[in-house]
Ligand binder design. Sequence first.
Ligand code: ADP
Ligand code: MG
Length: 252
Amino acid sequence: AQEQLVRTEKLSSLGKLSASIAHEINNPLAGILTFAKLVSRTLAEGPPDDARRAVLQRNLGLVEREAQRCSAIVRNLLDFARERPMAKKPVDPRAAVEEALSLIANQIAIQGVKLERHLPPLPQVLADFGQLRQAFVNVAMNACEAMGAKGGKLRITARAPEGAVEIAFQDDGPGMPPERVSHIFDPFFTTKEKGTGLGLSVVYGIVQRHGGSIAVDSTEGEGTTFTFRLPAVPAERTAEPPAPPIPADPAA
Ligand code: ADP
Ligand code: MG
Protein backbone atom coordinates (compact mmCIF):
# COMPACT_ATOMS: atom_id res chain seq x y z
CA ALA A 1 0.00 0.00 0.00
CA GLN A 2 2.95 2.24 0.81
CA GLU A 3 4.49 1.72 -2.62
CA GLN A 4 1.14 2.30 -4.27
CA LEU A 5 0.89 5.64 -2.49
CA VAL A 6 4.35 6.75 -3.63
CA ARG A 7 3.53 5.71 -7.18
CA THR A 8 0.27 7.62 -7.12
CA GLU A 9 2.06 10.71 -5.85
CA LYS A 10 4.65 10.42 -8.60
CA LEU A 11 1.98 10.06 -11.24
CA SER A 12 0.01 12.99 -9.93
CA SER A 13 3.09 15.22 -9.84
CA LEU A 14 3.84 14.12 -13.40
CA GLY A 15 0.31 15.12 -14.31
CA LYS A 16 0.76 18.48 -12.61
CA LEU A 17 4.05 19.03 -14.39
CA SER A 18 2.57 18.20 -17.79
CA ALA A 19 -0.33 20.54 -17.20
CA SER A 20 1.96 23.34 -16.08
CA ILE A 21 4.15 22.88 -19.16
CA ALA A 22 1.08 23.17 -21.34
CA HIS A 23 -0.06 26.21 -19.37
CA GLU A 24 3.23 28.07 -19.52
CA ILE A 25 3.88 27.40 -23.19
CA ASN A 26 0.36 27.95 -24.46
CA ASN A 27 0.36 31.77 -24.22
CA PRO A 28 3.55 32.48 -26.18
CA LEU A 29 2.58 29.77 -28.65
CA ALA A 30 -0.77 31.46 -29.28
CA GLY A 31 1.20 34.68 -29.90
CA ILE A 32 3.46 32.95 -32.42
CA LEU A 33 0.44 31.60 -34.29
CA THR A 34 -1.25 35.00 -34.40
CA PHE A 35 1.81 36.92 -35.58
CA ALA A 36 2.76 34.23 -38.10
CA LYS A 37 -0.74 34.47 -39.59
CA LEU A 38 -0.36 38.25 -39.81
CA VAL A 39 2.91 37.79 -41.70
CA SER A 40 1.21 35.45 -44.21
CA ARG A 41 -1.67 37.87 -44.64
CA THR A 42 0.67 40.80 -45.28
CA LEU A 43 2.64 38.78 -47.84
CA ALA A 44 -0.63 37.78 -49.58
CA GLU A 45 -1.62 41.44 -49.89
CA GLY A 46 1.07 42.08 -52.48
CA PRO A 47 4.77 42.78 -53.00
CA PRO A 48 6.57 44.00 -49.89
CA ASP A 49 6.65 47.78 -50.34
CA ASP A 50 7.96 49.99 -47.53
CA ALA A 51 4.72 49.95 -45.55
CA ARG A 52 4.34 46.18 -45.79
CA ARG A 53 7.98 45.67 -44.97
CA ALA A 54 7.50 47.63 -41.75
CA VAL A 55 4.49 45.50 -40.80
CA LEU A 56 6.40 42.31 -41.62
CA GLN A 57 9.36 43.40 -39.57
CA ARG A 58 7.21 44.22 -36.56
CA ASN A 59 5.31 40.95 -36.65
CA LEU A 60 8.41 38.85 -37.22
CA GLY A 61 9.97 40.62 -34.24
CA LEU A 62 6.99 39.58 -32.15
CA VAL A 63 7.26 35.97 -33.39
CA GLU A 64 10.88 36.01 -32.32
CA ARG A 65 10.09 37.44 -28.89
CA GLU A 66 7.39 34.86 -28.20
CA ALA A 67 9.60 32.02 -29.43
CA GLN A 68 12.31 33.22 -27.06
CA ARG A 69 9.81 33.04 -24.24
CA CYS A 70 8.98 29.44 -25.15
CA SER A 71 12.63 28.60 -25.21
CA ALA A 72 13.17 30.23 -21.80
CA ILE A 73 10.31 28.18 -20.37
CA VAL A 74 11.74 24.95 -21.77
CA ARG A 75 15.14 25.90 -20.37
CA ASN A 76 13.55 26.41 -16.95
CA LEU A 77 11.87 23.03 -17.17
CA LEU A 78 15.13 21.35 -18.07
CA ASP A 79 16.71 23.02 -15.04
CA PHE A 80 13.84 21.78 -12.95
CA ALA A 81 14.19 18.21 -14.30
CA ARG A 82 17.87 18.26 -13.37
CA GLU A 83 16.79 19.41 -9.94
CA ARG A 84 19.22 22.24 -10.05
CA PRO A 85 18.92 24.47 -7.00
CA MET A 86 17.37 27.86 -7.55
CA ALA A 87 19.74 30.54 -8.77
CA LYS A 88 19.21 32.92 -5.87
CA LYS A 89 21.01 36.22 -5.71
CA PRO A 90 20.20 39.71 -4.46
CA VAL A 91 17.80 41.28 -6.95
CA ASP A 92 15.80 44.48 -7.20
CA PRO A 93 12.18 43.39 -6.82
CA ARG A 94 11.05 46.43 -8.83
CA ALA A 95 12.97 45.13 -11.86
CA ALA A 96 11.13 41.80 -11.57
CA VAL A 97 7.79 43.68 -11.45
CA GLU A 98 8.71 45.76 -14.50
CA GLU A 99 9.82 42.73 -16.52
CA ALA A 100 6.67 40.87 -15.55
CA LEU A 101 4.56 43.81 -16.76
CA SER A 102 6.40 44.00 -20.06
CA LEU A 103 5.85 40.27 -20.60
CA ILE A 104 2.09 40.81 -20.35
CA ALA A 105 2.03 44.22 -22.04
CA ASN A 106 0.01 42.75 -24.92
CA GLN A 107 -2.70 41.44 -22.63
CA ILE A 108 -2.83 44.76 -20.78
CA ALA A 109 -3.16 46.73 -24.02
CA ILE A 110 -5.74 44.42 -25.61
CA GLN A 111 -7.98 44.57 -22.55
CA GLY A 112 -7.48 48.28 -22.06
CA VAL A 113 -6.31 47.79 -18.49
CA LYS A 114 -5.14 50.98 -16.81
CA LEU A 115 -1.84 50.44 -15.05
CA GLU A 116 -0.91 52.43 -11.98
CA ARG A 117 2.44 51.96 -10.28
CA HIS A 118 3.54 53.35 -6.96
CA LEU A 119 6.92 51.75 -6.54
CA PRO A 120 9.37 53.52 -4.25
CA PRO A 121 12.99 52.32 -4.23
CA LEU A 122 13.06 48.98 -2.38
CA PRO A 123 15.70 46.94 -0.61
CA GLN A 124 16.96 43.93 -2.54
CA VAL A 125 15.56 40.45 -2.00
CA LEU A 126 17.47 37.17 -2.26
CA ALA A 127 15.65 35.59 -5.16
CA ASP A 128 15.70 33.59 -8.34
CA PHE A 129 14.84 36.48 -10.68
CA GLY A 130 13.04 34.35 -13.28
CA GLN A 131 10.84 32.67 -10.68
CA LEU A 132 9.98 35.92 -8.94
CA ARG A 133 9.03 37.45 -12.28
CA GLN A 134 6.87 34.40 -13.06
CA ALA A 135 5.00 34.80 -9.76
CA PHE A 136 4.25 38.45 -10.61
CA VAL A 137 3.19 37.51 -14.16
CA ASN A 138 0.72 34.90 -12.86
CA VAL A 139 -0.91 37.29 -10.39
CA ALA A 140 -1.06 40.22 -12.81
CA MET A 141 -2.50 37.97 -15.56
CA ASN A 142 -5.22 36.78 -13.19
CA ALA A 143 -6.06 40.40 -12.38
CA CYS A 144 -6.39 41.23 -16.10
CA GLU A 145 -8.47 38.12 -16.73
CA ALA A 146 -10.71 38.90 -13.75
CA MET A 147 -11.39 42.43 -15.04
CA GLY A 148 -12.35 40.94 -18.40
CA ALA A 149 -13.00 42.59 -21.71
CA LYS A 150 -14.16 45.91 -20.28
CA GLY A 151 -10.82 46.37 -18.57
CA GLY A 152 -10.26 48.11 -15.28
CA LYS A 153 -7.46 49.37 -13.12
CA LEU A 154 -4.45 47.41 -11.95
CA ARG A 155 -2.63 49.21 -9.15
CA ILE A 156 0.77 48.00 -8.08
CA THR A 157 2.14 49.39 -4.85
CA ALA A 158 5.13 48.55 -2.70
CA ARG A 159 6.47 49.30 0.75
CA ALA A 160 9.47 48.23 2.75
CA PRO A 161 8.44 47.51 6.33
CA GLU A 162 11.34 46.61 8.65
CA GLY A 163 13.32 43.70 7.15
CA ALA A 164 10.83 42.98 4.39
CA VAL A 165 9.47 44.02 1.04
CA GLU A 166 5.74 44.10 0.31
CA ILE A 167 4.37 44.29 -3.20
CA ALA A 168 0.61 44.46 -3.77
CA PHE A 169 -1.37 43.88 -6.98
CA GLN A 170 -4.81 45.43 -6.64
CA ASP A 171 -7.54 45.08 -9.26
CA ASP A 172 -11.04 46.50 -9.36
CA GLY A 173 -12.50 43.35 -10.89
CA PRO A 174 -15.47 41.32 -9.62
CA GLY A 175 -13.77 40.03 -6.47
CA MET A 176 -14.48 36.64 -4.94
CA PRO A 177 -16.79 35.19 -2.32
CA PRO A 178 -14.87 34.09 0.84
CA GLU A 179 -15.45 30.35 0.21
CA ARG A 180 -13.68 30.68 -3.14
CA VAL A 181 -10.72 32.54 -1.69
CA SER A 182 -9.91 29.54 0.50
CA HIS A 183 -9.43 27.34 -2.59
CA ILE A 184 -7.61 29.52 -5.07
CA PHE A 185 -4.13 28.21 -4.16
CA ASP A 186 -5.21 24.58 -4.60
CA PRO A 187 -3.67 22.95 -7.68
CA PHE A 188 -6.19 22.75 -10.53
CA PHE A 189 -8.75 25.00 -8.84
CA THR A 190 -10.17 27.21 -11.57
CA THR A 191 -13.39 29.02 -12.35
CA LYS A 192 -12.33 29.68 -15.95
CA GLU A 193 -13.46 27.70 -18.95
CA LYS A 194 -9.92 27.45 -20.26
CA GLY A 195 -8.11 27.77 -16.92
CA THR A 196 -5.63 25.22 -15.60
CA GLY A 197 -5.85 26.29 -11.99
CA LEU A 198 -2.07 26.07 -11.77
CA GLY A 199 -1.09 29.74 -11.82
CA LEU A 200 -1.56 30.41 -8.13
CA SER A 201 -0.16 27.02 -7.01
CA VAL A 202 2.99 27.93 -8.90
CA VAL A 203 2.96 31.35 -7.19
CA TYR A 204 2.52 29.71 -3.79
CA GLY A 205 5.48 27.38 -4.38
CA ILE A 206 7.71 30.23 -5.53
CA VAL A 207 6.83 32.42 -2.54
CA GLN A 208 7.49 29.52 -0.15
CA ARG A 209 10.87 28.75 -1.68
CA HIS A 210 11.76 32.40 -1.07
CA GLY A 211 10.79 32.32 2.59
CA GLY A 212 7.94 34.74 1.96
CA SER A 213 4.17 34.77 2.13
CA ILE A 214 1.23 35.88 0.05
CA ALA A 215 -2.03 37.34 1.32
CA VAL A 216 -5.35 37.80 -0.47
CA ASP A 217 -7.97 40.40 0.26
CA SER A 218 -11.07 40.23 -1.88
CA THR A 219 -14.48 41.88 -1.77
CA GLU A 220 -17.24 40.93 -4.17
CA GLY A 221 -18.12 43.79 -6.47
CA GLU A 222 -15.03 45.78 -5.47
CA GLY A 223 -11.92 43.86 -6.37
CA THR A 224 -9.02 41.77 -5.20
CA THR A 225 -5.59 42.48 -3.78
CA PHE A 226 -2.73 39.99 -3.68
CA THR A 227 0.13 41.08 -1.41
CA PHE A 228 3.55 39.46 -1.62
CA ARG A 229 5.81 39.71 1.40
CA LEU A 230 9.44 38.76 0.98
CA PRO A 231 12.38 39.00 3.36
CA ALA A 232 14.72 41.87 2.43
CA VAL A 233 18.46 41.32 2.08
CA PRO A 234 20.01 42.87 5.22
CA ALA A 235 21.51 46.27 4.39
CA GLU A 236 25.13 45.26 5.14
CA ARG A 237 24.95 42.55 2.47
CA THR A 238 24.15 45.04 -0.27
CA ALA A 239 26.20 47.99 0.98
CA GLU A 240 29.34 48.97 -0.89
CA PRO A 241 32.48 47.68 0.80
CA PRO A 242 34.16 50.44 2.83
CA ALA A 243 36.68 52.44 0.82
CA PRO A 244 40.31 51.45 1.50
CA PRO A 245 42.16 53.87 3.80
CA ILE A 246 43.96 56.63 1.89
CA PRO A 247 47.71 56.08 2.28
CA ALA A 248 49.51 58.94 3.98
CA ASP A 249 51.13 61.24 1.44
CA PRO A 250 54.90 60.84 2.01
CA ALA A 251 55.49 64.29 0.49
CA ALA A 252 53.29 65.98 3.11
P1 ADP B 1 -6.47 29.94 -13.55
O1 ADP B 1 -6.05 31.37 -13.80
O2 ADP B 1 -5.96 28.99 -14.58
O3 ADP B 1 -7.93 29.78 -13.28
P2 ADP B 1 -5.09 30.33 -11.04
O4 ADP B 1 -4.46 29.37 -10.09
O5 ADP B 1 -4.22 31.38 -11.59
O6 ADP B 1 -5.74 29.46 -12.19
O7 ADP B 1 -6.34 31.04 -10.35
C1 ADP B 1 -7.32 30.23 -9.69
C2 ADP B 1 -8.64 30.95 -9.57
O8 ADP B 1 -8.54 32.03 -8.64
C3 ADP B 1 -9.17 31.61 -10.84
O9 ADP B 1 -9.82 30.69 -11.68
C4 ADP B 1 -10.12 32.66 -10.29
O10 ADP B 1 -11.36 32.09 -9.95
C5 ADP B 1 -9.46 33.05 -8.97
N1 ADP B 1 -8.72 34.34 -9.07
C6 ADP B 1 -7.38 34.50 -9.13
N2 ADP B 1 -7.04 35.80 -9.20
C7 ADP B 1 -8.20 36.50 -9.16
C8 ADP B 1 -8.53 37.90 -9.20
N3 ADP B 1 -7.57 38.85 -9.29
N4 ADP B 1 -9.85 38.25 -9.14
C9 ADP B 1 -10.81 37.32 -9.05
N5 ADP B 1 -10.57 35.99 -9.02
C10 ADP B 1 -9.28 35.57 -9.08
MG1 MG C 1 -4.11 32.11 -13.63
